[in-house]
Design a protein around this ligand. Structure first.
Ligand SMILES: [Zn+2]
Length: 326
């Protein structure tokens, strides 16, 4: 299906003008947002007279929505559909999704995740190697984290591999944590940070399905059980977000860096290139199958759109505007 190095995109949104800074229409931001903001500032000033350590809302500390991006390493859409994944199934049914989204070539973790989080193709970010060691140079391109941070937002990554350090540009992350374990442990670390620090942008990486795919084969019974384990981790994350009401203000994106076939990946075979792309959150259409061709770098642009952070005009990625209710 996919022979080219770069997936063909069919989106009509192909202009190269800078994206407007406006946020998508989310229900709780409609109406009297402006007057609410003035009231917030006035009440804040009043309270700050009473409580000395109270921090009023300022430009450096803007009220913003949250995005959690979950990357399930090596997750094939047909694997998610075949495995026992009640939580992810509920999410795509309650949200917007594509089961024919495309990653970039080479379909390996570091080049693909770099495209996912920089909004550009490997030709432009230059990362074709799937290895990185602490002390080596980090990515030179701007990332969703560096751009969100420049707007005063709080950013974090909780990942299973040191090599994601490549994406931790100096000063771009408030928190970078490597948890070299499987999903049940990773999710507990991620939600501990989410609960206490409430970052505006959190990236979580689960390695289970990829590890099992290399050991037992993609779509093997073991691989499907690994996806079930990840689904249970997503359920724990979701339950915590519901209990703390974070779910009301959070865009949750569930996707993957690449698929896989036999015991490997990295080729331009459809099995390696096709990834799931699921978004659920305030203002996101329910049960909506995204008609446009989604490409992995559209994730970055969609994240910035939701956070109200300007999207670089030169990016390959375009925000998936159609997922938001008009
Ligand atoms: Zn792999």
């Amino acid at each position: 299906m996919q022979q080219n190095q770069h997936p063909v995109r069919f989106s009509a949104d192909a202009g190269c003008l800078p994206e407007p800074v406006s946020r998508p229409n989310v229900p709780h931001m409609k109406g009297h947002w402006r007057s609410m903001k003035i009231w917030t500032i006035l009440i804040g000033l009043f309270l700050s007279l009473l409580v000395t350590d109270w921090v009023p809302v300022t430009q450096a500390n803007p009220p913003a929505l949250r995005v959690v991006v979950v990357s399930i390493d090596g997750a094939r859409p047909d694997g998610i559909l075949q495995a026992v994944t009640p939580t992810i199934t509920r999410l795509w049914k309650e949200g917007s999704y594509s089961f024919r989204a495309q990653t970039i070539s080479p379909s390996t973790t570091l080049p693909a995740t770099t495209s996912m989080l920089t909004g550009i193709s490997p030709d432009r970010h230059g990362e074709r190697d799937n290895n990185w060691w602490p002390g080596e140079a980090t990515v030179t391109a701007e990332t969703v984290f560096s751009l969100a941070k420049s707007q005063g937002l709080k950013t974090a990554m909780v990942v299973t591999k040191e090599k994601f350090g490549f994406l931790a540009r100096p000063g771009s992350l408030d928190h970078f944590e490597v948890v070299p374990h499987l999903a049940p442990d990773v999710v507990l670390r991620a939600l501990a940070y989410l609960k206490s620090e409430k970052p505006h942008l959190l990236f979580i990486h689960f390695a289970d399905a990829d590890i099992t795919g290399h050991l037992h084969g993609w779509m093997s019974p073991e691989y499907l059980i690994a996806l079930q384990t990840v689904d249970e981790a997503v359920e724990i994350l979701l339950r915590m977000m519901e209990e703390t009401k974070l779910v009301r203000e959070t865009l949750l994106i569930i996707t993957a860096d690449h698929g896989g076939h036999d015991f490997t990946h990295g080729t331009t075979l459809p099995e390696d290139m096709t990834i799931p792309w699921i978004a659920v959150g305030p203002g996101v259409r329910e049960g909506y199958e995204i008609p446009d061709q989604v490409v992995i770098y559209d994730t970055a642009a969609t994240v910035l759109l939701f956070l109200g952070t300007p999207i670089p005009a030169h990016w390959d990625g375009r925000p998936l505007r159609s997922i938001f209710r008009p």
